[in-house]
Design a protein. Sequence first.
Length: 315
Amino acid sequence: MKSCLKMTVLLLVMSALELPAASAYQPALTSFKLHYKDLCTQTRITPIFLLPEDQLHLRLEGATSATRFQISIPSGSLQAQELNTWLYQAPKETGIYSGEIIAAGADTMHLRVVVMVPKSHMQGAYLNGYRIGEYPAVAWRNLAMYRPPQGFIEVTAENQDLLLTPHFELGQFLCKQTGGFPKYVVLQERLLYKLEFLLGKVNEKGHRCDTFTIMSGYRTPFYNRAIGNGAHSQHCYGGAADIYIDENPADDIMDDLNGDGRQDFQDAGMLFAFFELLSKSPLFEPFIGGLARYRENERHGPFIHVDVRGYSARW
């Protein structure tokens, strides 16, 4: 009986989230899939994060078995292997490089190959003058996702507006600590794909939203400690984002999703319940992680926390 009641409430939440769309949302997906690392994506803009001279297998899956591809990544080296499979080696120099995959002569995926600055370049707690702080030497509970990151993405005034996926820019994930450029970010591709998935589902329900406002993305261990958070926050490992919808009106606070004339914690609850319902779908399996909602206070409005820790967590 309780489970039936819970499902009824969630369905009501989904219905309440349906709002008139101002214009068509563009999910920006290709007809084919790219498999790399342990990821699979169809985003028209696709990030690949590597260390200098890392090697990576790229496998393409077409809409049909007859689909053929052209792949070009001018920087680094690319070797064809089995059918629709390549071995890529990143260049020695750090930076962000472009590439593209074309299927059937027209359908194109644009690659953002990000060669990170290795952790070994740090001098104490600093990287090129930017204070990172210190990561715990031992991974929490011996879990792989809590191992210290081996590389950092360099962010400059020139590349901070670069789209890593169709709807999320590199600069959206910057830590809030003070300091000039260059700055550095740890970010997981899987988090970007989770945000794209959630954004697409929100738009499918009729709430026009071009991107989520990211209140907090990456946090350096130094900054995370300064604001009183625990040493094992997923934010420090590039796997978490605190988000809200700020489209109608754009006023730096969560939109009135439930239509009650107020912008408050109940709207965060609507988004939380919608995301929780999505998590029960088989399509959500690659994005399992944490989900929480937070009340507004004197510093910020209500928001939702999402992460990709690899197991379900709620608070």
